[in-house]
Design a protein around this ligand. Structure first.
Ligand code: SAM
Length: 432
């Protein structure tokens, strides 16, 4: 059979919701009658949403695909500042549950026609009177369109309890608005062929409801002091990793710092040993390719081309770029910029890390914040004054290990790494 609509009608209904969300940016969204979470799985990519909830009476339908709502590995590897929690409940829309109150948007897509007419009244009271969201989108079949559906006799689905004409739907919607303080606009998806549009209307009719008084009115929920009711069963709950969680921010920042401290150390060593004319560091270009960037050039460009192991998401701006120069260890964010040696380690100043790595800047905000983040982190070793990251010079370690192997029988076996000062190391070498 040739499909009547392209894209298919269910996709058009979901796209209608997505377009509404793009325009209105609701933070808390509930999908009633979420079935197999098809709409929710599309909505999870709209990160203006902070809380996404699905409710259905049929727990088997919910659980079928619910794990597809879970974060994927990139959500953990590249967390953003957005926050998203998802909750799925088994329950009936004819029953109240306090966890569903005060939302910005409730969607009810092809659900209402599955309720007995007596339950429609209860549903209207629960949705508009108790949940009282800022906006509601209700879609339901338009029975006037049915004669255009080839081979259809009776309702479009065996579980439908009724199918409304446009007048019946509009009469229900206007009554709800009157009772609960909403206004409504009527539209739909799946237009009739040209010439029949006026007479037949859309295949799926849609009412978009807005609470009178908008968000402010929605905060004054009727019966706010009423005893809290929890009639739904929580089936699934997940919080996406977010940089607003301090533990996650710390983990990401530390991994950036360790990565860039190593890169900067290598560049500095190459420069010191004069290896290659370019004394350079590898850095990724915007296009994902690689180019060699001279450390001297890099200093001039402020390291703009540098990208960390994580995607540079461009959040936050360097305070120095904005001209609000941050105090860093008594200086501006130029601070101590030159790496230096301490024992077997190279010390990479935090000020250098901060000014070279836009991602570190964006994540920490200032050199002093960066210092505070790193101070007690077990993965990062700082110099005693806390102004630089200590990075092992493995090449030197290797050279010395070879020397050490030769000298093993001298009885000199203790060699602590970065705890040795340069002076101590000289003494040690002199003793040998
Ligand atoms: N909204 C879904 C979509 O857009 O993909 C499709 C909904 S499906 C046609 C109707 C859903 O309503 C079913 O999953 C059914 O289990 C659910 N349902 C029926 N009566 C319900 C009730 N009283 N409370 C909650 N869900 C109900």
């Amino acid at each position: 059979m040739v499909p009547l609509f392209s894209p298919p009608l269910h996709r058009q209904r979901h796209q209608f919701v997505i377009d509404f969300i793009k325009r209105n940016k609701p933070k808390k969204v509930v999908d009633l009658g979420c079935n197999e979470c098809t709409l929710l799985r599309r909505l999870k990519f709209h990160r203006e949403i902070e809380l996404l909830v699905g409710v259905d009476i049929n727990s088997a339908a919910i659980t079928k695909n619910m794990y597809e709502l879970a974060p994927i590995s990139t959500d953990y590897l590249m967390p953003s500042y957005d926050q998203l929690s998802i909750e799925l409940y088994q329950g009936s829309v004819t029953q109240e549950d306090a966890r569903l109150r005060g939302f910005d948007l409730v969607t009810s897509i092809e659900l209402i026609e599955h309720l007995h007419l007596a339950d429609v009244e209860r549903f209207s009271q629960v949705l508009f009177g108790y949940m009282a969201p800022v906006s509601v989108i209700v879609s339901t079949p338009n029975s006037e369109f049915n004669p255009l559906l080839p081979g259809l006799t009776g309702f479009r689905h065996r579980d439908h309890k009724f199918e409304w004409t446009r007048a019946e739907f509009q009469s229900w919607a206007l009554q709800v608005c009157l009772e609960h303080g909403y206004e409504v606009q009527f539209t739909g998806v799946g237009p009739a062929p040209p010439g029949q549009r006026e007479r037949v209307g859309f295949c799926s009719q849609i009412g978009v409801f807005h609470r009178l008084g908008g968000r402010d009115a929605a905060r004054l929920l009727p019966g706010d002091n009423a005893h809290e009711i929890f009639s739904y069963t929580l089936l699934y709950s997940i919080a996406y990793p977010s940089l607003r969680d301090n533990n996650i921010l710390q983990r990401v920042l530390v991994s950036e710092v360790l990565y860039w401290a190593e890169q900067l150390k290598r560049g500095w060593l190459e420069e010191k040993t004069g290896e290659g004319e370019e004394a350079s560091a590898l850095c990724q270009t915007q296009g994902g390719g690689e180019e060699r960037l001279s450390f001297l050039e890099e200093k001039q460009t402020g390291g703009e081309a540098l990208k960390g192991p994580m995607e540079q998401r461009g959040r936050g701006t360097s305070e120095c770029e904005e001209g609000e120069r941050e105090e860093a260890f008594g200086t501006d964010c130029g601070g101590q910029q030159e790496s230096y040696r301490q024992g077997r380690c190279v010390c990479v100043p935090l000020a250098k890390l901060w000014s070279c790595c836009p991602r570190v800047q964006a994540l920490s905000g200032s050199v002093s914040h960066l210092s505070r983040f790193l101070l007690d982190d077990p993965l990062v070793r700082l110099t005693q004054d806390g102004s630089a990251v200590l990075v092992d010079d493995q090449e030197q370690d290797q050279e010395e290990e070879e020397e050490y192997d030769d000298l093993e029988d001298t009885g000199c076996t203790e060699a602590s790494q970065c705890s040795l000062s340069a002076v101590q190391q000289e003494d040690w070498e002199a003793d040998l």
